[in-house]
Design a binder for this molecule. Structure first.
Ligand code: T4K
Length: 365
């Protein structure tokens, strides 16, 4: 009998009854969107869970990132990583700015901070690093460089919901941090995203940008868009937040099994949790370099068994057709090597240890 497909991720759901209970009052209030009571309750609860001072929430993480750049008034060039999902670079380019690509570290695939300063020019206004897969960037070094050169820092933290470094919640670094609440993430509101920051001055601007640039009913001080989070989405967020610790614990179990089974195998490179980081086990990337099968062969072997790993993140965003000829593109050899050999294995809360074993058996065959 054909086994049920295993995808790279699978959305977690709260108990059905819990969600129905959560949305019941919407039939009475009819307050379905435009920052209603559920939006505000979720904002308070998320601030507490994420250990941050300010939060503003949006229809999705990508729009949050675009509006973060706009709210901060960035100009010219933004130093970023090409080893990420399309969203990061697209947010920069869609704001009319030029991405400048910095290479990544060999071990955790975050930005190589030793290469940032040589990319700074008189046009650079910001650094936009990504805490990729749940791995935290060298936040201390980035802070130092940003201070020295008077640059803003926006973190793409789509993958690090709930992560802490040295006991500090990850949203406390940089000027602004974007969390994605997409259905495929550790924590989700179906679609959704949040910006966290410590300076309250950004609240009004972000609220205006999110709602057509409007301030009240008769004033439109800026050009804006529609990027609101609905009450239905906030309701899903309220439910999922009650289960987040269990979600992370289940992921941890599956991830630890992978580490046990694949750790120490020649030609297989894994990301190990760091001692000073409280992780969230968002993704399980594996680099096949010098292994008996290359990345594509492993991907095919798994696909034959109905298991669909993904090449997150291949191609590099700097290779996107959309950008060719538009601005200079920096060569990033380590990012290129990793993108050519990485495969992200299935990891989600419902993935059982038996399923992890099945996946590992195929890889190790
Ligand atoms: N920055 C970074 C670094 C990001 O990774 C992302 C998003 C963003 C910014 C932007 O945040 P959002 O605007 O999305 O909030 C998926 C996700 O859609 C995307 O959110 C995520 N990163 C990216 C890494 O993965 P695709 O194109 O791979 O999605 P798709 O449709 O191929 O789905 C992947 C697997 O997920 C499927 O095989 C099955 C499972 N799945 C999918 C959907 C749509 C579910 O279990 N439930 C679902 O509803 O981008």
């Amino acid at each position: 009998m054909e086994k049920k497909p295993i995808m790279v991720v699978r959305s977690s759901m709260p108990p059905y009854e819990e969600f129905i209970e959560e949305i019941k009052d919407l039939w009475e209030s009819r307050h379905l969107t435009h920052q209603g009571p559920k939006y505000h309750l979720l904002a308070e609860k998320l601030k507490e869970y994420l250990g941050v001072k300010e939060i503003s929430m949006f229809a999705n993480g990508h729009l949050a990132l675009e509006l973060a750049i706009e709210a901060m008034g960035l100009t010219g060039e933004v130093i970023t990583t090409p080893y990420t999902f399309a969203s990061t670079t697209q947010a920069i380019v869609r704001n009319g700015l030029t991405p400048v690509f910095c290479d990544i570290r060999e071990d955790d695939y975050t930005m190589d901070v030793s290469k940032i300063e040589s990319l700074i020019t008189d046009k650079t206004s910001a650094i936009m690093p990504v805490h990729v897969y749940g791995n935290v960037c060298d936040v201390y070094a980035i802070e130092k460089i940003a201070k020295k050169h008077n640059l803003k820092v926006i973190y793409d933290a789509a993958h690090v919901f709930g992560v802490e470094v040295d006991g500090i919640p990850v949203g406390n670094f940089g000027d602004m941090t974007m969390f994605s609440f997409h259905a495929t993430k550790v924590y989700h509101t179906v679609e959704g995203g949040g910006l966290v920051f410590s300076d309250p001055k950004y609240q009004t601007k972000l609220a205006q940008l999110r709602q057509f640039g409007m301030q009240g009913q008769e004033s439109v001080p800026i050009v804006g868009t529609n990027a609101k989070m609905t009450e239905m989405h906030a309701a899903m967020g309220l439910c999922n937040l009650r289960h987040i610790d269990e979600e992370i614990a289940k992921r941890k179990k599956a991830a630890e099994r992978y580490l046990q089974r694949l750790g120490g195998v020649k030609g297989i490179q894994l990301c190990y949790p760091k001692d000073n980081v409280k992780g969230n086990y968002a993704y399980f990337p594996v680099v096949f370099d010098g292994y008996k099968y290359n990345r594509d062969e492993v991907s095919d072997l798994l696909a034959k068994e109905n298991i669909f790993a993904r090449k997150y993140f291949y191609p590099l965003t700097s290779d996107f057709e959309a950008y060719q000829g538009k601005f200079p593109i920096q060569e990033t050899p380590i990012a290129r090597r990793i993108a050519n050999s990485v495969l992200t294995l299935p990891l989600y809360a419902d993935l059982t240890v038996e399923e992890v074993d099945r996946i590992c058996d195929i890889i190790l065959q």
